[in-house]
Design a protein. Structure first.
Length: 82
């Protein structure tokens, strides 16, 4: 499976067998609403070692309501979240 940002400079590749097993999370917290511009944020998490990123990316880490650190990646050129 392959995903690309809007401008095409950042790409993520995930093996098909791993893509089916990704942990799906839907969140309605205010931070996810701001990040997505919608009533919720939908994320799919994969083991870092199974994801191949190519291109430049930027990360933003915040403290979630749970108190845990939560890191989101995005393309520094077009802002597409990864």
């Amino acid at each position: 499976m392959e995903a690309r940002c809007q401008c095409g400079q950042l790409r993520a590749e995930i093996p098909e067998d791993v893509a089916r097993l990704g942990a799906r999370v839907m969140c309605h917290c205010k931070a996810c609403q701001r990040r997505t511009g919608s009533p919720f944020g939908l994320m799919v998490y994969f083991p870092r070692e199974d994801v191949i990123l190519s291109g430049e990316s930027t990360e933003y880490t915040r403290i979630a309501d749970s108190g845990n650190e939560l890191t989101h990646g995005f393309c520094p050129t077009c802002g597409t979240p990864f």
